[in-house]
Design a protein around this ligand. Structure first.
Ligand code: RIB
Ligand code: CA
Length: 313
């Protein structure tokens, strides 16, 4: 089976970190062409630091990591240190990275890669605000048609918002960027909070990470232990929702997820509902479907896959 070429666009973030580890642990199925960093959970200098820390933790310092946009297209950056800690990767104590950042800007790398790879052969995997992806589409309108698939973590419908009553964080930080991406015509698969809030790291699942006894297993246990306190307090949930690893798991075992191909549009005007993903789940409008919006996950299957793959690193 040919390997799927992917670009991971990310704002690590403990859950981004686990998504990256899962991808790097799956070289038979996934070829990580590069990791492009964006400002989101924490500012860009920290997301580029954290991405490299994770690549080195995975024992893959040759992975190409790029710095991207340090602010949303039009708005002031909103970050989430209250969830992820001041470094964005609080929890484990990991060494500062020694691997280099690539010299090219992440947006140039995305454009260049999509223009040179065979059309339809590259999957974009955004795990944070969509600023890098939207900037690439604005600068090079020709590339949207060359994207194989966009599989992103973002949005919410039945689960409603996590940063405001209406909006999920990744979309809320840069709603104009999300609007550009959802209107780009590229095939989009969405992992919203509706799914990721069902992928909870219970104590038993966290124990399974720790029981791997490896630096990766222990660090994953420590990252999710740190990250879960916010959701426990807010939702009373029995563990951290592993948002971003749902994207990687979909690439590896799509049958773990169920959803609908529907119309999804982004609120960019109303202050009250800014960043809301208006998902026409019940198809009550004649707006054309533009995204596969996931609603269900086989959570046990997800954690079995994740734990087995992390054991390989
Ligand atoms: O709302 C959850 C999303 O926001 C995740 O991608 C998390 O890492 C943060 O970026
Ligand atoms: Ca993220």
């Amino acid at each position: 089976m040919s390997r799927r070429k992917i670009i991971i666009d990310t704002d690590p973030g403990q859950d981004d970190a686990v998504a990256i580890l899962l991808a790097l642990a799956s070289p038979e199925e996934l070829e990580v062409l590069g990791i492009t960093c964006v400002a989101g959970n924490v500012p860009l200098p920290l997301t580029t630091r954290n991405a490299r820390i994770i690549c080195e933790l995975a024992g893959q310092p040759e992975t190409r990591v790029f710095a991207g946009c340090d602010a949303p297209l039009q708005r002031k950056l909103v970050t989430a240190e209250h969830v992820h800690g001041k470094t964005g990767l609080d929890g484990p104590v990991l060494p500062e990275p020694t691997m280099p950042l690539q010299p090219e800007h992440a947006v140039d790398f995305i454009i260049q890669t999509l223009r040179t790879a065979p059309a339809g052969s590259v999957t974009l995997c955004p795990l944070g605000p969509l600023t890098n992806i939207a900037t690439a589409f604005q600068r090079a309108p020709d590339i949207a048609a060359r994207v194989g698939e966009i599989v992103l973590m973002g949005g919410a419908y039945f689960e409603v918002g996590n940063i405001t009553p209406a909006a999920e964080f990744n979309i809320y930080v840069d709603p104009e960027a999300a609007d550009i991406v959802f209107k780009s015509g590229a095939p989009i698969t969405v992992m919203p909070l509706d799914v990721t809030h069902k992928a909870l790291v219970t104590q038993e699942r966290n124990d399974a990470f720790r029981a791997l006894g490896t630096p990766v297993g222990i660090a994953t246990a420590e990252m999710t232990e740190f990250f879960e306190r916010y959701d426990r307090e807010k939702y009373g949930s029995p563990g951290a929702p592993l948002h971003d690893p749902c994207v990687t798991a979909y690439l590896l075992q799509p049958a773990l997820f169920k959803g609908r191909h529907i119309n999804v549009e982004i609120e960019t005007a109303s202050a009250l509902t800014l960043g809301m993903t208006v998902a026409d789940w019940w198809r009550v409008t004649d707006r054309a479907p533009n995204a596969t919006f996931m609603g269900e996950i086989d959570a046990n299957g997800f954690f079995t896959l994740l734990t087995e793959r992390l054991a390989r690193l």
